[in-house]
Design a protein around this ligand. Structure first.
Ligand code: NAD
Length: 284
């Protein structure tokens, strides 16, 4: 007989979320805590991770701990895994939430005009490779390396779930941010690759692609700091989002819990957009 559908299976499950102290990450922690999961917020900023953990634990009664971890450093991840195992037990779920863009890999102009030929600094030609390296490291390597370390218990138990955080720009690159767009595309590609590689050992691998949420990392692109109004780019985003607004971080909770739960036991290798219809809209 079919069991009634719920997220009950998630209760008590141990999850580690990288970048979980951030804006979207902490909203995901909140949704996971609301169904009684045990959560380790593995973040390079331990102070904020501890603060977010205490806050969410206080609100929900769930066991949430902050753990220091750098997603680009294997030794740091291995140390974090040890601490998580001691504090919470075997890791059953991994959310790869650390990621982001860099101003060093962001062009000032959207499209080159003939007038830019005399001043290439604001175009693609003015970008710094250091910026590309940073963005690719954080988003791609920063997904691969924690997956290698934090899925070890899942291999042992032949059961587990990995959830990667991609972005809208993985489908169609956004102007100005070539490195971030390509890096998030690589996250989608890796999600598919790993889902196939691990399908027979009980580990599911999926991703969500958030649309547009105002956060620390993109505020400088979508808001006018002086007036507090949308920048032309921010307005363009709203105009191209059929729901006519930016998302709220808690809008990620449905897709998150759905993909983590055993309810989705036959789902692996997919990327779900959470975008107010942005990816469905042709702009006319
Ligand atoms: P955020 O900057 O608020 O959070 C990122 C977190 O990652 C921070 O807590 C930071 O301390 C941590 N972090 C950074 N480098 C790290 C490292 N080396 N090791 C461990 N932790 C590290 O970012 P956010 O906007 O909440 O984004 C979360 C994820 O969602 C990212 O992958 C981002 O690319 C993606 N995303 C964001 C948006 C958006 O609109 N904000 C849209 C699509 C996708």
């Amino acid at each position: 007989m079919m069991k009634p559908m719920s997220f009950d299976d998630l209760k008590g499950k141990v999850c580690v979320i990288t970048g979980g102290a951030g804006v979207l990450g902490s909203a995901m922690v909140r949704s996971m805590a609301s169904v009684g999961m045990k959560i380790a917020i593995a973040d390079i900023n331990k102070e904020v991770a501890d603060k977010v953990a205490a806050e969410i634990s206080g609100e929900t009664g769930a066991q949430v701990v902050g753990i220091a971890a750098n997603v680009l450093d294997k030794a740091s991840l291995e140390q974090a895994k040890k601490e998580i195992n001691q504090k919470l037990g075997d890791i059953e779920i991994l959310v790869n939430g650390a990621g982001g863009n860099s101003p060093q890999a962001t062009t000032k102009v959207e499209q080159m005009q003939e007038s830019d030929l005399d001043n290439l600094a604001d175009t693609f030609y003015g970008l710094q490779m250091e910026g590309f390296d940073k963005v690719f490291a954080l988003n791609f390597k920063g997904t691969v390396l924690p997956t290698m370390v934090f899925t070890q218990d899942m291999l042992k138990n032949k059961k587990g779930v990995v959830l990667n955080i991609s972005s809208m720009n993985s489908y169609k690159p956004l102007t100005k941010i070539p490195a971030y767009s390509a890096a998030k595309s690589s996250v989608n590609n890796f999600t598919e690759w790993l889902s196939v590689h691990l399908a027979k050992v009980g580990i599911r691998v999926n991703a969500i692609a958030p649309g547009f949420f105002i956060t620390h990392q993109n505020r400088f692109l979508v808001m006018d700091e002086k007036t507090g109004n949308f920048s032309p780019r921010g307005q363009k985003i709203v105009d191209n989002t059929p729901m006519g607004k930016f998302g709220e971080p808690e809008d990620l909770q449905g897709a998150t819990l759905f993909l983590l739960s055993d309810i989705s036991n036959f789902i692996t290798g997919i990327v779900i957009p959470v975008d107010g219809g942005y990816s469905a809209y042709g702009g006319v």
